[in-house]
Ligand binder design. Sequence first.
Ligand code: CMP
Length: 605
Amino acid sequence: MRHGLRRIETNGSERLHDTQLIATIAVGFVLAFVFGYLASRLKLPPLVGYLVAGIFAGPFTPGLQADVQLAGQLAEIGVILLMFGVGLHFSIQDLMAVRCVAIPGAIGQILLATLLGMGLAHLFGWSLGGGIVFGLSLSVASTVVLLKALEESNLLDTPKGRVAVGWLIVEDLAMVLALVLLPAFSGLLGGAEEVAGHAAAGASEASLVWTLAVTLGKVAAFVALAILIGPRVVPWLLAEVARTGSRELFTLSVLAIALGIAFGSAKVFGVSFALGAFFAGVVLSESHFSHRAARDSLPLQDAFSVLFFVSVGMLFDPTIILRQPLEVLATLAIVMLGKGVIALGIVLVLGYPVGLGLGVAASLAQIGEFSFILAGLGLSLGLLPDEGHDLILAAAILSITLNPLAFQAANALRTLVREKGSPRLLAHGQAGFAALDAELAANRRRNEEKGAARALELKSLLDTFPVLAPVGEDEQEELLLLFQPRRATPGTRVIRRGDRADGMYFIAAGRVEVEVPGGNVDLSAGAFFGEMALLTGSRRTADVTATDYCEFLMLERRDFSLFMSRHPQVRAAVKAMAAERLERNRRSAEGGETELDPAEASAAT
Ligand code: CMP
């Protein structure tokens, strides 16, 4: 990548070099904060401030200079966490629902926008290869910008947002292919024949087919693994971690899953970090912990996605606007107008309404990280002229800054169509949209129902066992994990006197009989037993037998100590009950009290 080549040497001193990473993070955060705040005071979107911060910290302006390459890597972490966050709110069903518009839409748009870019490159007098790289760079939208924009306008959970994200995923997959195929085809396209690090350059036709097949195979294997194996393993892993009750371990596991899958899948399957992270999120979205995972990763996600904008700003040489104003304008026009019109046209042709088309068009009317990667590759392969790289950067920074305007324009146009549009235009695509909307709504409902069922389960658990009431709201989910369901038929000996303790039982339904001196005690739903041996570390003090069809929730021995140490109030209540029972047993054994309190069950709670 170009910015990799332009590494900035801040100061010859070795020591300074050692703290380069800290310096980059610190300068990035401080400047982004200052300019972001200023931007928001000026009623501009904060991201404009972040970009300006980047320009300040970059090599093209005097004064502070941070490490461009490091900033780029930090930005990548932002992309990973952001895509992971989106995946968390996306289900595989959602992806399936939008495929009919996202797949043909994204492919069609890439093709047409690439053609536009090639046309412009032809006017500039560049080679065919240069045109292809330039066109491809202009055809893909930035994940970060798109997601931030959707988030800001509350569109992420709407059909528009779903379609735009689906579209982005297809673009992302297409870019994986483009990044692999470009080096392979570079020889044919007039690029450098032998380029270090790109062994496939100038390869034969057979090996091109082979490269293509291997790439497609790897992507397919990745998606299959993510969809088939992921949902079985990842939620299980998270549940196991949640059982430990350590908040720190939980957050760590979320980050490990996001970054680990993103990095691992990029290494093993050759997909982008962003795609790997997205699927990590999708896989996790099946877990009950997806909300907690989203909440835990949000602060880091915010911080690092700010660094994304700073790093884009750093790459930008503002003088290009003065040196080649017309070229910059033409490139920007393709990104903002050309791509927008293409997206709108495709959505209409596919049979969806103008409103959806305008929304998607505005979301995609910008370029970002993928374009830099493609342009960097094109440059190193000798396909794209230096000027092309600079134009792409200029178009990126301008289109990102102006993106909010694109949304405003789309809104204005939608209002115009609603007020002045012909009935035919207004009716266009409504049926298709209604079907899509219904499918997405059904997915949402299914998810909500799952959540509601869980909440109900939790509520009935707390209603049945008031002893658990002191458990804080955040830890209640953990109850459902720790409490193992157990059943017993009448006559089953659940606990045998003198045995070692395996766990403590909460009676959810049914009735048991405890054999104690002076008469048996009945315990029913809401009561618990088996706590004494666990608390004292000795053997079971009595036989407990089911006298009805019983359902228990059992807290296993290892979970018991952990749970009680985290919830001292519950522990105190259980301990008090154990002491009371012990005392009563002792008195009965001494022949003092014969009649046992029949309301034991309620006392127990
Ligand atoms: P534990 O000793 O682990 O196993 C037998 C259980 O019977 C004991 O814990 C108590 O939970 C329960 N138990 C013992 N005595 C009484 C009692 N008097 N009333 C109710 N339950 C009791």
